[in-house]
Design a binder for this molecule. Structure first.
Ligand SMILES: O=c1ccn([C@@H]2O[C@H](COP(=O)(O)OP(=O)(O)O[C@H]3O[C@@H](CO)[C@H](O)[C@H]3O)[C@@H](O)[C@H]2O)c(=O)[nH]1
Ligand SMILES: [Mn+2]
Length: 357
């Protein structure tokens, strides 16, 4: 592991400066950070270097960071490193596990600062922090979107008994330019760019799943961290590009059970690089069929009242995966095992935290 830091010019203390880590999975040099410097430079970065550990990843001067490559992961986790994917952005979840902070923001290295309709640079991190620090409304939909936002409120007919809302566990941001499409959609619409800036943040209603993208994502690690396992993807696995989807389905079922909120919408980032749709099709291929069985599984998943911590919920979910998804493919038995290993590793690295809502 390597690290670096340097003195910073005096500036107003950014929100949650010492309570949030920025996790970046990467196989490239991190020049993209130059554009984020005004927004990121006061935060600690956790860089998870995927692929060849002997490759040197250049981190621009002036950032406070720790960097873990595959050798570090193997050294820290020993045999439990088997649950951390190799050659897939799913490796980023190792950063969630080693962090000691309450909040996590994760971003891909081909995501840049976007501009809002007025032409102003969007501080995505600041918006995610606002989303996380404000309650969510999972049990009753507010038609004027985020009621806690300046200039908005609960609309007529919204029960006062519900206006306290629920603690927010996840803030899911979106992307201008290259949208996060699956390979078939990318193939039929290679030139499609997302130019639509929708000025809204919404709570995803309780009982509704959603396709969580890991490109521009923040969460409360103390509320939901152990559920953010990005699965077994990439090298040696029959599937890729379903890492964030798997984590999102597990997370949403557990958030619903524990009474936590998940928001989507602002902030936007500018996603600059379309990955190769043919490569993506190979990675996603089985997932496109499997998800037709996975979604009904997660929609029907019930967690016992006795499950009051994220770890207990996650272990229970792993048992249901093992029991009900093995018939889809033997991969899910392996994944159920890896889910247990993930929790064991999480608890080993975070002995004091049993995550309860
Ligand atoms: O083997 C790898 C490949 C990439 N990374 C790092 O992961 C992110 C995302 O990579 P990239 O932008 O090249 O790929 P996308 O298809 O745009 O990624 C989207 O699909 C999701 C699939 O999981 C992903 O979360 C989305 O963002 C970059 O930071 C790469 O450097 C890697 O670590 N290992
Ligand atoms: Mn990308």
């Amino acid at each position: 592991m390597s690290s670096s830091s340097s003195s910073h010019s005096i500036s107003p203390t950014p929100l949650l400066k010492d309570e949030l880590d920025i996790v970046i999975p990467t196989i490239r040099n991190l020049d993209f950070l130059e554009m984020w410097r005004p927004f990121f430079q006061h935060y600690h970065l956790i860089i998870v270097q995927d692929g060849d550990p002997s490759k040197v990843i250049k981190v621009p001067e002036g950032f406070d960071y720790e960097l873990y490559n595959r050798n570090d992961i193997n050294k820290i986790l020993g045999p439990k490193a088997s649950c951390i994917s190799f050659k897939d952005s799913a490796c980023r979840c190792f950063g969630y596990m080693v962090s000691k902070k309450k909040y996590i923001y994760t971003i891909d290295d081909d995501c840049f600062v976007a501009k809002d309709p007025s032409g102003k640079d969007i501080n995505a991190l600041e918006q995610h922090i606002k989303n996380l620090l404000c309650p969510s409304t999972p049990t009753f939909f507010n038609t004027l979107y985020d009621p806690y936002r300046e200039g908005a409120d609960f609309v007529r007919g919204y029960p006062f008994s519900l206006r306290m809302g629920a603690p927010t566990a996840v803030s899911h941001g979106l992307w201008l330019n290259i949208p996060d499409y699956d390979a078939p959609t990318q193939l039929v619409k290679p030139r499609e760019r997302n130019q639509r800036y929708v000025d809204a943040v919404m709570t995803i209603p309780k009982g509704t799943l959603f396709p969580m993208c890991g490109m521009n994502l923040a969460f409360d690690r103390e509320l939901i961290g152990p559920a953010m396992y990005f699965g077994l993807m990439g090298d040696g696995q029959p599937i890729g590009r379903y890492d964030d989807m798997w984590a999102g389905w597990c997370t949403k079922v557990i958030c619903d059970h524990l009474g936590l909120g998940v928001k989507t919408g602002l902030p936007y980032i500018w996603h600059s690089k379309a990955s190769d749709p043919f490569v993506n099709l190979r990675k996603e291929y089985k997932g496109i069929f499997w998800q037709e069985q996975l979604i009904p599984f997660f929609q029907a998943a019930k967690l016992p009242k006795a499950c009051t911590t994220v770890q207990e919920c996650y272990i229970e979910l792993s048992k249901q995966v093992r029991a009900e998804l093995a018939e889809v493919d033997p991969y899910f038995t392996k994944l159920a095992d890896a889910m247990v290993t993930w929790i064991e590793a999480w608890d080993e690295l975070n002995p004091s935290t049993t995550t309860t809502a």
